[in-house]
Ligand binder design. Structure first.
Ligand SMILES: [Zn+2]
Length: 385
């Protein structure tokens, strides 16, 4: 039997927007629908938006989701950079900031910084802590999604097992969702641009390399939250490169932004990070152009294995290095099509990330919103009210 939370989902999807629609759609008695709609109206989650098309007589009242019934606070924390935003319940940003932040400073310093940014965002949008319905945070390492705790994150000293949701519990009563940075990018790009695509991979090529997996429309995290860690799959091209993980010839150590910057610096160019690599490509530096294209091909060869294994419909390539997408994608296509099975690559689309550096905060907002507006969460909220 459909609960009020389930009726809200139908209204949000546009599947049913009048009381009569809802009754038809769910098989509930009209009186039951009326009661549940009343509860949703009282909670501010929906509003009456006037009449729909007239069929003679008084037009039925159209119900609409009230995306201003609260806000979500979100953060995309990278290795050296952070982006924070406040969004309404449709995921539309009300205010947003980006700045340098070293994740290696540890949880106390980083989360103190983040709390201060959240305060500023609330003030800027004339909201307070009680308006906050959810918090979504992406971090550059594996996460146990159910508890929001990082699990052995290699570039985040001091964060292993840290209770990130617990940190915010004294300031906010809203749930805190923490996920891997690549998963939230995949979530954002999928939600905004590929919602009808069930199987999608988002590959982030930044300082390191990771992959977010959307399977049957949902993020696939794996048994321990480590799914999609393709950066440490062995790349075929190289025998002698030692990776920071201790293995030899990892994809990330061959084709990641840090690896490319190091090699460009060795050849005399001014490069210390992945953004420098992109700058050199834009300036037409021949070494940089060749290296990014080679990196794309190496990445494509590793992705060919995932294509044969997972059969995605779309591969989205994002991250800093993907800003040089003409060169990178040409290489990726070459690598994938030279090694994948024809059936797996039939209709396969390989495209740049359209949300760019906003994919993370967008996905963090969607992750939080989908959690707090899930039928079960809405029903719990209504019962408590
Ligand atoms: Zn490695």
């Amino acid at each position: 039997m459909s609960t009020a939370g389930e009726l809200l989902s139908l209204i949000r999807d546009g599947a049913a927007v009048t009381r009569a629609d809802l009754a038809r759609h769910t098989g509930l008695a009209r009186s039951t629908v009326a009661q549940r709609v009343e509860a949703l109206l009282a909670s501010d989650l929906i509003l009456e938006a006037g009449g729909s098309e007239s069929t003679g007589g008084r037009p039925p009242t159209v119900l609409a989701f009230n995306h201003q019934a609260g806000v979500v606070l979100v953060a995309d924390l990278g290795a050296t950079h952070a982006r924070v935003a406040i969004s309404d319940l449709a995921g539309t940003p009300l205010a947003e900031h980006a700045g340098d932040l070293d994740i290696g400073l540890g949880p106390d310093e980083v989360l103190t910084w983040l709390s201060a940014r959240f305060d500023e965002l609330l003030k800027e949008s004339a909201k307070t802590a009680v308006d906050v319905r959810g918090i979504g945070i992406g971090i550059p390492g594996p996460v146990e999604f159910a508890t929001g705790r990082p699990v052995n994150p290699p570039i985040m000293p001091g964060w292993d097992g840290f209770d990130i949701p617990g940190w915010f519990a004294s300031d906010y009563s809203a749930p805190v969702l923490v996920d891997n940075d690549v998963n939230i990018m995949a979530r954002g790009e999928h939600w905004v641009h590929w919602r009808d695509t069930a199987h999608l991979l988002l590959v982030k090529v930044g300082t390191g390399i990771g992959c977010g997996i959307v399977a049957e429309g949902q993020i696939h995290r794996g048994a321990r939250g480590a799914a999609g860690d393709i950066g440490h799959i062995r790349a075929t091209a190289s025998e002698d490169v030692v990776c920071r993980c201790g293995n030899i010839g990892c994809l990330e150590a061959v084709a990641g932004g840090r690896a490319l910057a190091t090699r460009l610096a060795e050849s005399g160019a001014e490069a210390s990070n992945s953004r420098d690599v992109v700058r050199l490509v834009r300036e037409g530096n021949a070494d940089a152009l060749r290296m990014v294209r080679d990196a794309g091909r190496t990445l494509g060869e590793v992705l060919a294995g995932t294509v044969n294994f997972f059969n995605p419909a779309v591969i989205v390539v994002g991250g800093d290095i993907a800003e040089a997408h003409a060169e990178l994608l040409a290489g990726v296509r070459e690598g994938i099509f030279s090694r994948s099975l024809p059936l797996a690559t039939r209709d396969l689309r390989i495209v740049p990330c359209r949300l760019g550096d906003r994919a993370g905060v967008t996905g963090a907002a969607i992750t939080a919103i989908e959690h707090v507006l899930s039928p079960a969460a809405v029903d719990r909220g209504l019962q408590a009210a």
